[in-house]
Ligand binder design. Sequence first.
Ligand code: ATP
Ligand code: MG
Ligand code: MG
Ligand code: MG
Length: 433
Amino acid sequence: LIMKKVMIQDMPKHIGETVKIGAWLANKRSSGKIAFLQLRDGSGFVQGVVVKEEVGEEVFATAKGLTQETSMYITGEVKADERSSFGCELVVTGIEVLHAATDFPITPKEHGPEFLMDNRHLWLRSRKQHAVMKIRNEIIRATYEFFNQNGFTKMDPPILTGSAPEGTSELFHTKYFDEDAYLSQSGQLYMEAAAMALGKVFSFGPTFRAEKSKTRRHLIEFWMIEPEMAFVEFEENLEVQEQYVAHIVQSVLANCKLDLERLGRDTSTLENIKAPFPRISYDDAIKLLHEQGFDDIEWGDDFGAPHETAIANSFDKPVFITCYPVGIKPFYMQPHPERDDVVLCADLIAPEGYGEIIGGSERIHDYELLKARLEEHNLSLDAYAWYLELRKQGSVPHSGFGLGLERTVAWISGTEHIRETIPFPRLLNRLYP
Ligand code: ATP
Ligand code: MG
Ligand code: MG
Ligand code: MG
């Protein structure tokens, strides 16, 4: 008999067969006659049932002695099981222990967040973290699918850069041989050059910001998806964003049912996430906040988390806040055609208090205007010479946006704190593990 090794996720396709799996023990319950093993292999979780009368004294004793996270090869028959959402269980016939784990620190009881963060390298093995990582993976998969299906080319901007697009306070500084260099805060400027070459482009890569404040929405290192499109103007940019976000939400709903269930995510709020999304101007958003009694914000201020949440709660889908004051946005945004106090930008705010997931805009394509803006912002014309030159070589209207992967994972998976949405979060005062 040649026994094939099967992944747990594929077990429902092997009902009635005898299979071998490589697994870790996640949890165990046992009595004198029967042991229930919660097994995991990374692809999924399944219950193994060990019946003393069937397997004999020796195998049963092995099963009863298994400690949490012990690794093993385990054989048995796959049996349909309607009570489990997974649809089957393993009726164990043999156990070959590979390594007996000792004192696994994360037990089924409650642990505080700092303890769990210290043990992130082990915490990742939990059911909940498994589900979040699977949803993260599905969002990445659906992202490639969406952009590839819509004529975009993936282009990778550099991570080590000599100049910085937005401000300098949140920049990580490093040395580049004898020169100063910075870790990328956004690949946008490079993506604009890429769009002039390939038309529609997107990037997906790490982004670094020395965020000095502790919030549940900010990481120091996070991953951003940054599409950039030539010949695409303000409103068309919003249409791409709403279709893209709807696509990832619907993909997760279709392909991560078990994961959402495991997280206890209320999916009723996700089902209607389909294009189009509502839009509210910055002006009207300020009025709405004043009507709701917020007196801590005035026209010209940027929104804080409570403001974004209050605005989001007035809608049942993600909402675009459009046309922010020029003073609180970066130098490269195209001015509104009828007003010089606001720019053609939009932030997309997720429902349920998860905050801004996208920042986007139409970019300035006029050479003189861009040059004037660089000067107003005291940015070096030398450092930005190549960027400015794009406006001398067949300049076209173009737009793009940046979506923060981890914010999006937090929202779709219903995860309170962003630290659980990336395998190894970098946070203020936390560089380990
Ligand atoms: P915020 O206002 O929440 O600080 P931002 O306006 O500074 O965000 P952008 O520069 O517009 O962020 O970046 C684009 C997207 O990247 C944001 O909409 C968000 O989804 C994500 N993002 C920004 N900063 C962080 C961070 N520190 N950690 C995780 N995601 C982030
Ligand atoms: Mg910020
Ligand atoms: Mg913002
Ligand atoms: Mg923003």
